[in-house]
Design a protein around this ligand. Sequence first.
Ligand SMILES: [Zn+2]
Length: 344
Amino acid sequence: MRHSLIKNADIYLLLVSLLFTISCHNNDLKVITVTGEIPASKMGITLTHEHVLVDFAPIDSITPNRYNKDSVIMKVLPYLEELRPYKVSTFVDCTPEFLGKDPQLLAELSRKSGINILTNTGWYAADNKKHLPHEINDLSAEQIAEIWIAEAKNGIGNTGIKPGFIKIGINDFNFSETDKKLVAAACITHLETGLTIMSHTGLASAALAQLQILKQYGVDPSAFIWTHANVETKMENTLAISQMGCWVAFDGIHDTMVAISWYQKLLQFMKSTRQLNRVLLSHDAGWYQPGKPNGGEIRPYTALFNTLIPYVMHEGFTKEEVDQIIVKNPAEAFAVRVRKLKKD
Ligand SMILES: [Zn+2]
C-alpha cells in the first residue's frame, strides 16, 4: 500500500515537472515588436497583415523626406485608436524595404496607440521586381540572407529596431529565378534567426512552388505564411496547401457584402475540413500614400470585427473558433523559433 502511494506520488511529481517544463517552454517563446520583445502569449488579438504607409514611388526616389512623420501619425493614429473597443493588441505591419518601411514611425505609433507593432526584414519582387535594389542580379541567396540576418541581429539601419518576421513578395504568374532567390534567402534567414517567413503570393500554385524551396532548405512549412490565399478560387487547392502545414492567410477583408460572403465561405470550408488552426485573417488595409494629397484615403482596420466576425458567429462559429484564428494562430505563427523540417 505504502509502496504504491510513493509510486503514485512519484508519478504525480513527474507529471507536475513535465507540465511545468512545457509551460515554461511556451512562455519562453517571444515575438519581436518595434518597441522590443514580448512573450508570444501576450500578443492577444492580432491583425496579421496591415500597413501604416506604402510608397509605390520608384526605388531611387523613395526616402522618408517624401512625407511628414507628424502628418502621417495624425492621419493614421485615429484608425489605430478605432481598434481599442475590439481589444486588438498587436498589429503586423507588412510594408517591406523600398516600399516605405519606416520602423521609427511604427515605433512612435505603437507608443501613442498602446498597440504592439511588428515590422519586417526582406525584399519584395512582386509588382514586376520594381521594388528590388539594382544589384539584385549580382547577389546570391546567401549574400541577400546575410543582409537580412544582419538586420535581424543588429536592427534596421541605425534605428536599433529589430524585425519581427521576414516579408518577401513573389510573382505568382511568373515565378522567376529572382523570386526563387528571395525564397531561398528567406529560408537561410529563417534557419539563422527563427523569424517566420511571410510571402506575398496569391495563387496556390505559387505557394506550392515556394514550399518546395523550403523543403530543399529543410524548413518546416509551419514557418511559412501563404499571404493573399484568399485570391485562390479553387478551395481544394487551398486545402491541399493548408494540409502541408503552412499558415493560410485570408488577408484582404473589405467591408463589402461580396467580400464578406467570400471570406465567410472560406472560413466555413476551413472549418468543415478541420483546418481552422492554420488560418490567419486581416485586411491589408491602411495605406497612407506619400505623393497623394494628405496621404490619400486610409482604409480602416475594422471590417473583421464589425462585420465578418458577427456574420460568421451568426452562422454558427463559436467564440473559441474565432479566438483560435485571431489570438492563438497569430501567436503560434509569429513566435520566433527555428522550425526545421521533421524527418519522416
Ligand atoms: Zn499588404
